[in-house]
Design a protein. Structure first.
Length: 275
């Protein structure tokens, strides 16, 4: 049914990782807004991370609270217990209702250091300078190679495909139109297609104030459509106010690109929704 994509939010972070609200606050907000499905997707424990992922103790708390909320909202709203899993995470994503496969880090070939590529400009600059001889596009190629590795693991959803562009601004670190950039993205996209991944159209770039375009770019979405790929709209929400932020614009953009449907994740899996 048209518009059903507005009733499912499945890329959602809580205070147990880097979100602003508790699971209870997010659930009641979603229910009052009329959502049919709320999927929590806490950042899975990643040993190299010191900032945003859930610790083992918080992961246990997350599991317990999700189980409680499933029962509390039974018959009123479906609660899904998901995970955003990074290539360097050590949790088992198969133990969850669904999982979003994402890449947040590039490991330096010289220093062995793990660089978070989507938050501080100083981190990305150091990665390019110290481990890639000043070649920003080499970091891009390594990033997209990691995306391809995640795709090979068959995630439920392949997360923010071109996250590497998040803090690139006006081409500050690399040219997003360069042949090397496009070739690296296309290779990762081919891996996603081979593994029948579902790409998320992630609106967080806009509602969190980083860029004016969503993940992935329109060029990537055009190529994905040519590969007969499927998409799901997510907000990558870090607060109760943004559970479906940008959904209508994302749907309109997809329709303008030639998409006639998106997938919607619920308790029984994906269902198609006409645009």
């Amino acid at each position: 049914m048209a518009g059903e994509y507005m009733l499912s939010s499945v890329h959602v972070h809580t205070k147990l990782c880097d979100g602003k609200n508790t699971m209870d606050e997010l659930a009641v907000t979603a229910w009052r807004a009329g959502l049919k499905t709320l999927g929590f997707s806490g950042h899975s424990h990643t040993p190299c991370d010191l900032e945003y992922c859930m610790s083992p103790a918080r992961t246990a708390q997350y599991k317990g609270e999700a189980a409680r909320l499933k029962k509390q909202y039974q018959g009123k709203m479906d609660i899904l217990y998901g995970l955003e899993w990074d290539l360097y995470s050590d949790d088992d994503p198969s133990k969850y209702d669904y999982w979003i496969g994402s890449t947040h880090y590039v490991q330096g070939p010289k220093t062995g250091k793990y660089y978070e590529i989507d938050w501080r400009e100083s981190d990305l600059a150091a990665c390019i300078r110290d481990d890639f001889d000043g070649d920003g596009l080499a970091v891009v190629e390594t990033y997209f190679a990691n995306v391809a590795k995640v795709a090979e693991k068959h995630p439920t959803i392949l997360g923010h495909f071109d996250l590497i562009k998040k803090i690139n601004g006006d081409g500050k670190f690399f040219d997003e139109n360069a042949p090397r950039y496009k070739a690296a993205a296309s290779a990762a996209l081919a891996a996603a297609a081979r593994n029948r991944c579902v790409l998320e159209v992630n609106t967080s770039t806009v509602h969190r104030g980083f860029r004016e375009d969503f993940f992935p770019s329109n060029d990537i979405l055009k190529e994905w459509l040519a590969l007969s790929g499927n998409v799901v709209i997510t907000a990558d929400s870090h607060s109760a106010e943004t559970l479906t932020a940008g959904y209508e614009q994302a749907a309109a953009d997809l329709k303008a690109l030639g998409y006639d449907k998106v997938l919607v994740l619920g308790k029984d899996g994906f269902t198609p929704c006409a645009l």
